[in-house]
Design a binder for this molecule. Structure first.
Ligand code: SF4
Ligand code: SF4
Length: 295
């Protein structure tokens, strides 16, 4: 099984859960991981191999039975590692746009990002699941539980007891988030079971992810230039990174040394501040519906 995502999404936590639950079932397990950037934005992947006897921890191209992706572009980057015709593909459809994808400093400017849509990919894969896990987890109460929701989907493909999954997840997530993560896990299981019964359920549930504005324009679905920043002052540790890295210089530290958006009219919504904040204190909203959902 290969687990991929970007820094801050919990790829390593997911792979530890998988390795532990495989061990609980009596399998030998080997795991290898590359951490990428310590802060959000860098690619992170982990290989988990289990079985009666495992000789090597790494999985060659075309050799993975499962690709579990927490981010869409990372799913596309690793899709050729999936076993052709047999591998199970599970991905969040959320897009995390790296700062270097921004090609222009205009609001709604074009950005370099993968153009494959979930529908196109699922048409080519026999056993594929693409869900807007981030939005669904946010609707449940915490978007960071998206990774355990995807584990819920995977759990329906592996013959391990659901109680073992819940037990291991409870041990690896922060203690305060156990309830929401178990809820997200169960939600993922239910979603996958509904898809097994009726594949159209996935299509109904597959909400359109945040797509590069230029692609939306091409599709005639561009819905304006809404941008809103939420800065959680309780989480801001005054490191000044966002202030220094904002290309438009529209952030500053206030008298309390907390980050504030002091020139909102200049903000392009590029999300660089969001990805670089080590304390996850900034959320950039590009969709008014998401502001309501996370309020
Ligand atoms: S990067 Fe985050 S922690 Fe640092 S000043 Fe900005 S909001 Fe605060
Ligand atoms: S405030 Fe954040 S989203 Fe706005 S331009 Fe600066 S870095 Fe980009």
């Amino acid at each position: 099984m290969i687990i991929v995502g970007v820094g801050g999404q919990g790829v390593i936590m997911v792979s530890k859960v998988l390795a532990t639950i495989c061990q609980m079932q009596g399998h030998q397990v080997k795991q290898s991981e590359v951490h990428g950037m310590a802060k959000r934005g860098g690619g992170v992947f982990s290989h988990v191999r289990f079985g009666e006897k495992v000789w090597s921890p790494t999985i060659p191209k075309g050799g993975a039975d499962v690709l579990l992706a927490l981010e869409w572009a990372e799913a596309m980057r690793w899709i050729n590692h999936l076993r052709p015709g047999k591998g199970i593909f599970i991905s969040d459809t959320q897009h995390i746009m790296p700062p270097f994808a921004c090609r222009s400093r205009q609001r709604n400017a074009d950005a370099a990002y993968t153009r494959e849509t979930p529908h196109e990919i699922l048409e080519q894969i026999q056993d594929g699941y693409a869900m807007d896990a981030t939005t669904m987890a946010r609707d449940l109460g915490n978007e960071r539980a998206a990774n355990t929701m995807l584990l819920g989907v995977l759990s329906t493909a592996l013959d391990f007891p659901a109680e073992d999954w819940r037990d291991v997840i409870s041990r690896f997530v922060p203690p305060k988030t156990v309830d929401i993560n178990i809820k997200a896990f169960d939600h993922g299981r239910e979603w996958a079971e509904l898809v097994h019964e009726n594949p159209d359920h996935a299509a109904e549930q597959l909400r359109r992810p945040e797509i590069a504005p230029a692609l939306l324009s091409e599709a005639g679905e561009h819905d304006g230039d809404f941008v809103q920043l939420d800065i959680n002052v309780d989480w801001c540790k005054s490191c000044d990174i966002c202030v220094k890295m904002c290309p438009e210089r529209c952030l500053k530290l206030d008298d309390q040394l907390k980050a504030v958006l002091h020139k909102p009219e200049l903000c392009t919504g590029c999300r660089i501040c969001e990805w670089l904040c080590p304390d996850l204190a900034i959320t950039v909203h590009r969709d008014p519906a998401n502001v309501k959902a996370s309020a």
